[in-house]
Write a protein that binds this ligand. Structure first.
Ligand code: RIB
Length: 303
């Protein structure tokens, strides 16, 4: 079973010719609201990839709340532990320019009071893969990592966005997924990704995956550094590609696949997710991932 504890947002997408510079105002013809939030996206990605998924999150008492919750329920995620609180639903302003570059500001709202007690204790067992990200209070994630460890659950932490978290919590993580900027923020310097992976993996005794956008991903696990590329695609929208990666990776782990196979499936899922607008719209099913898998070379051991 996969338990995702994290953020759920209403994403307000605006297209702009160019992303605004500080002090600049740019016009956009309108906006589209789409369900999002790293936690919710990862829950949907894991469910579509074939996982049995529970989501633990909070929405506000505004019209967005029920809409975004319904979207993840319709995708097959069990939202029973979720709560509606006296706050606004998390809302992300997502600006996408002509080149497909994006800039996101998240107004946290209900996500900022998410408490670890909302996770029913029976959900954390040695059959559980707990998936966490950083759009909710860090103390909540730290407490859940401790609880997960004491119940034998495995923990996947997506350090996005890269806020500080205790060394002890990182020591309790089984798989750490982050991008190059997040890895640099965590380590305090920019290194070659394979070196970053190795260094973090050795320090915290965890599998480390660094995603490289259009260049694929590297992973330290199974005794060495593995590299995988990406599908040859024309991306329509890359928002949520990282979440597709994490969700598919967690599902593969939950299904007892090797980390290198999880890496392969996750990279395919991330590529397929870029073929539709919105963070949750294009998330691929298990069948879609499997049928496209042969189009991407399997990860190779590089060092
Ligand atoms: O990772 C993409 C997500 O980041 C968006 O859906 C947005 O809600 C922000 O949380």
């Amino acid at each position: 079973m996969i338990v995702v504890f994290g953020s759920i947002n209403a994403d307000l997408f605006v297209t702009v010719p160019e992303l605004p510079k500080p002090g600049e105002t740019v016009l956009s013809p309108g906006y589209v609201m789409r369900p999002g939030g790293k936690g919710a996206n990862q829950a949907v990605a894991a469910a579509r990839a074939g996982g049995d998924v529970r989501f633990v999150g909070q929405v506000g008492k505004d019209p967005f709340g029920q809409t975004v919750l319904k979207a993840i329920k319709n995708a097959g995620v069990d939202t029973t532990p979720c709560r509606q609180v006296d706050d606004v639903t998390g809302t992300a302003m997502v600006m996408v320019d002509r080149a497909g570059e994006n800039q996101i500001v998240v107004a946290s709202g209900a996500n900022q009071s998410l408490h670890p007690d909302l996770v029913p204790a029976p959900l954390l067992t040695n059959y559980t893969v707990l998936v966490l990200q950083m759009e909710v209070p860090v103390e909540a994630n730290e407490a859940l990592i401790r609880m997960a460890k004491s119940h034998g659950a495995r923990v996947v932490l997506n350090l996005a966005p890269a806020y500080p978290i205790s060394e002890q919590a990182l020591d309790g993580v089984d798989v750490l997924v982050l991008n190059e900027e997040e890895a640099a923020a965590l380590v305090g310097e920019t290194l070659e990704p394979a070196r970053h992976c190795r260094m973090l993996a050795r320090k915290h005794g965890t599998i480390v995956v660094i995603t490289l956008g259009g260049k694929g991903a590297v992973m330290f696990g199974e005794g060495g550094v593995w590299k995988v590329g990406t599908l040859e695609i024309d991306p329509v929208d890359t928002v949520g590609a990282g979440d597709a990666f994490v969700g598919a990776f967690a599902t593969a782990l939950d299904k007892k696949q090797k980390p290198r196979d999880a890496l392969h499936r996750a990279s395919v899922a991330a590529g397929l997710a870029c073929l539709a607008e919105g963070a949750q719209t294009g998330l691929p099913t298990e069948k879609e991932i499997s049928s496209v898998l042969p189009r991407l070379a399997a990860p190779t051991l590089v060092s």
